[in-house]
Write a protein that binds this ligand. Structure first.
Ligand code: SAH
Length: 221
């Protein structure tokens, strides 16, 4: 006999496979696809939306914040061009899902969150799943986390009005910064590469993120 719980796990697995096939149309990095096929997104969303975990859409995670759409997560992760030895900074821990994806590919992940309740929940989830190479920190007054800079890659999962100089300073030469930049309501996802004397910027896709709050970003409402 198949119990209800068992049936819903089987369904989630099937939906996860379907999602990966769908992502494969746009995402070419096999490591990113493999990792997204492995990390259980349903454990990072509230239990009431667990059945939606493998739909390609953002979901609320409390405090007015959202976990991004899987396609955007895959695209951002791919754009960091990680090889495995990197120290990565994430701004906006939220549920911790993106941090888990990064932790599967990079050596070390430092992730920073402004809201203590989200930071605590994410820390618990990541610990339960055994991620020992992720450190969750509360945001400071300046963006990012200077103490542990430079980072080989930086991902910002909230929208900024412009590319913050503070984060460019925390990025290693040769490193990549992926960040949504635009208005409070719509942005472009940018991949910024730092060279010795200059930066190159590539526009990846239009997108919509919750606002990054703080210096060089938006004021709290
Ligand atoms: N990456 C997350 C989704 C993040 S939503 C995930 O995988 O679930 C964006 C998050 O950025 C929110 O939780 C918000 O509180 C946080 N945030 C906003 N401004 C911030 C700042 N200056 N520093 C760190 N986090 C910030």
């Amino acid at each position: 006999m198949i119990t209800l719980k068992h049936r819903s796990i089987v369904n989630l697995e099937r939906e996860r496979e379907k999602l990966i096939e769908h992502l494969r149309q746009e995402i070419s990095d096999e490591r990113v696809l493999n990792v997204m096929a492995r990390v259980p997104r349903e454990l990072f969303v509230p239990s009431s939306s667990r059945h939606l975990a493998y739909e390609d859409r953002p979901l609320p995670i409390g405090e007015g914040q959202t976990i991004s759409q899987p396609f955007i997560i895959a695209l951002m992760t791919q754009a960091l061009e990680l090889l495995g030895s990197e120290k990565v900074l994430e701004l906006g821990t939220g549920s911790g899902y993106q941090a888990a994806i990064l932790a599967e590919i990079a050596r070390q992940v430092i992730t920073v969150e402004r809201l203590p309740s989200l930071a605590n929940t994410a820390r618990r989830t990541l610990k339960k799943l055994g991620y020992i190479n992720v450190q969750v920190h509360l945001a400071e007054r300046t963006l990012g986390r200077r103490a542990e800079a430079p980072y080989d890659a930086i991902m910002v999962t909230a929208a900024a009005p412009r590319i913050p100089q503070e984060l460019l300073d925390q990025l290693a030469v040769g490193g990549r910064l992926v960040i949504p930049v635009g208005s409070r309501w719509e942005q472009d996802l940018l991949q910024v590469t730092k060279q010795k004397e200059e930066f190159t910027v590539k526009n990846l896709t239009p997108c919509r993120f919750v606002p990054l709050i703080g210096e060089e970003a938006w004021n709290e409402e």
